[in-house]
Ligand binder design. Structure first.
Ligand code: 2AM
Ligand code: CA
Ligand code: CA
Ligand code: CA
Length: 269
């Protein structure tokens, strides 16, 4: 993607994400109808849908040749990653949005021919915008994020992790390895918004994030941010991420990445 054009798209995306966030903040206390999707704990609100629609309209008008891959279905049916694709999660952490009215984010990853060019994660209630352009580092608002430590060992690391992977019945990962991992770590956290968990890894306030079931819009922006500060991002078994599929993800400081994947994560099947 041409640099001048990328800067234009970046500016546009930043202004839209802030506008969408302003709207959500203004309506945070309004009564809302909550529906469920795949299961009783898989929530969606009108705000998720309206926010994705907002981006769909803006993108189509400004960049009719671009594609949108979005969680709530207002985008395009995408089978391959050719051209420019905006991968949008209008509200990441809908359960937090509903129950806590905080700890949720808007996530936008912009890919060109499959390469991540721009990542934006907006913590709406904190008014904190995390941004990255490939090859130009990552920022939290106007503050450039430093490269991540390559020294701190696993024993002194905090990993974002969902406790569901700890039970024997979980279909994704050997739970004994996960239990050993939890004992080895300094501690774990679980924020309930994948996008924010990536942003916190990029910011250096989490040392890594390990998860078993992410969709493209959950990590499209976050993967770019973490890589821009020298972190490593892949499937949990170190395979390449496929932006068109549900996937496991391990994102962490580079010096603990191999150890986590090789010594603790044993995927099932
Ligand atoms: P969402 O809020 O956009 O749905 C919660 O641990 C994290 O997992 C959130 O980032 C959430 O994104 C994501 N997630 C992905 N699939 C989910 C599902 N089926 N149900 C609930 N959360 C899901
Ligand atoms: Ca959802
Ligand atoms: Ca999500
Ligand atoms: Ca969502």
């Amino acid at each position: 993607m041409d640099k001048t054009f990328r800067n234009e798209v970046f500016g546009q995306a930043c202004s839209w994400i802030k506008e969408a966030g302003d709207t959500i903040r203004a309506k945070i206390d309004a009564p809302r109808s909550i529906e469920t999707k795949s299961n009783p704990n898989d929530l969606v609100t009108e705000m998720d849908q309206e926010t994705e629609q907002f981006f769909a309209e803006k993108i189509k008008k400004a960049y009719p040749e671009h594609f949108l891959l979005g969680e709530e279905g207002f985008g395009d049916e995408i089978e391959e990653l050719q051209g420019t694709v905006w991968v949008v999660d209008p509200i990441d952490g809908t359960m937090n949005f509903v129950h806590q009215k905080r700890n949720f984010a808007i996530s936008i990853g912009i890919y060109h021919d499959g390469v991540g060019e721009i990542g934006l994660i907006y913590d709406v209630m904190d008014d904190a915008l995390y941004t990255a352009k490939r090859g130009e580092g990552a920022y939290k608002n106007d503050h450039k994020l430093p490269q991540l430590s390559k020294e701190r060992p696993l024993e002194q690391s905090i990993l974002a992790l969902n406790t569901s992977w700890m039970v024997p019945e979980n279909p994704h990962v050997d739970h004994e390895g996960m239990q050993r991992l939890v004992k080895k770590l300094r501690s774990t956290r679980s924020y309930g918004s994948a996008a924010l968990e990536f942003a916190y890894v990029a910011e250096g306030i989490l040392d890594g994030y390990l998860t078993m079931t992410l969709m493209p819009w959950d990590y499209a922006a976050g993967a770019i941010l973490v890589e821009e500060v020298g972190g490593t991002v892949s499937r949990a078994d170190k395979g390449d991420l496929d932006l068109l599929k549900q996937t496991t993800v391990l994102a962490s400081r580079a010096n603990i990445y191999d150890e986590i994947s090789d010594e603790y994560v044993q995927l099932k099947k």
